[in-house]
Ligand binder design. Structure first.
Ligand code: MF3
Ligand code: CO
Ligand code: CO
Length: 273
């Protein structure tokens, strides 16, 4: 998987994990309302992941570096100027106008499904709404660039071009990743780049595309908790993520939700079979 080519068993496992991760995002939507805390959203997702769909929440106790403590919650909740890896907290109450990313990764029978979406609370600013929309368009354009013999640079270029055309910046420090039995595997999938450069894309690869766009400058800072990534200039940031499988002709979106089935080119929506 990931950089390697998936077997039919791997593909079946990844389809199942992807579908279940998408189900978590579908389930949590009804609870995302002003007044709820991000900790409450984490508890609801944790219970659903463990008890309803019989999965493991991959973020819980996950370590990405020897210096950082293990991640203490089951999902990431990133509000407004938080770029990614926000830690759910009883002190973070959502309010009208906030934009929130919920990032879910589940493990089912050893396979990972990783996906995130943005939620708008009440009526955010016109700028916030546009940032959220353009970031989702960047995700879809990145996925549309996926096909055997294209390169990872083609994905990055598609994303960066659309972000720049809308005068948003692309975060450089974090990218998509190979995924399968391992959460974060090779290759790294940058959200910027030059066409025709980087790793060649091959049928059977499984990786994520997860662009982070900022309303201001691209630079980020990590808070003293060693996890929370924020914009240096405190301006808004948005992110959307899917896990995809490279098919003979393009990409199959393993974490697709019913609400977005019409937004992607048809070849990305099918079961690939
Ligand atoms: N789900 C994130 C990603 O898309 C990674 C979160 S790691 C955590 O790669 F430990 F912060 F949860
Ligand atoms: Co990811
Ligand atoms: Co994720």
């Amino acid at each position: 998987m990931s950089a390697k080519v998936a077997s039919q068993t791997d593909i079946d496992g990844m389809r199942q994990a992807g579908r279940l991760a998408a189900n978590v995002l579908d389930m949590i939507g009804q609870y995302v309302k002003p007044g709820v805390t991000t900790e409450q959203l984490d508890r609801i997702c944790h219970r659903y992941i463990v008890n309803e769909i019989d999965c493991i929440p991959a973020p819980l106790n996950y370590r990405n570096s020897p210096e950082a403590p293990p991640f203490p919650r089951s999902i990431c909740t990133s509000v407004n100027q938080v770029v990614c890896h926000g830690i759910p907290s009883p002190k973070k109450t959502l309010k009208n106008g906030d934009i929130l990313n919920i990032d879910v990764t589940v493990i089912k029978e050893g396979y990972h499904g990783d996906t995130s979406k943005m939620f708008l609370l009440g009526k955010p600013s016109v700028l916030a709404e546009r940032l959220v929309r353009v970031t989702q368009e960047c995700l879809y354009l990145g996925i549309a660039a996926v096909r055997p013999d294209a390169t990872l640079g083609d994905i990055g270029h598609a994303i960066e071009t659309h972000a720049r055309a809308n005068r948003f910046s692309v975060v450089h420090e974090f990218g998509g990743h190979g995924i399968g039995k391992i959460f974060h595997d090779e290759p790294q999938v940058l959200h910027f780049g030059r066409p025709g450069t980087g790793t060649k894309i091959e049928q059977g690869m499984t990786f994520t595309v997860e662009p982070m766009l900022n309303a201001g400058r691209r630079h980020v800072r990590i808070l003293p908790d060693k996890w929370t990534v924020v914009t240096k200039d405190h301006k808004l940031s948005a992110q959307w993520e899917h896990t995809i499988l490279v098919t003979e002709t393009g990409a199959e979106v393993l974490t697709l939700r019913a609400e977005e089935a019409l937004a992607l080119p048809q070849r990305a929506v099918g079961t690939g079979s």
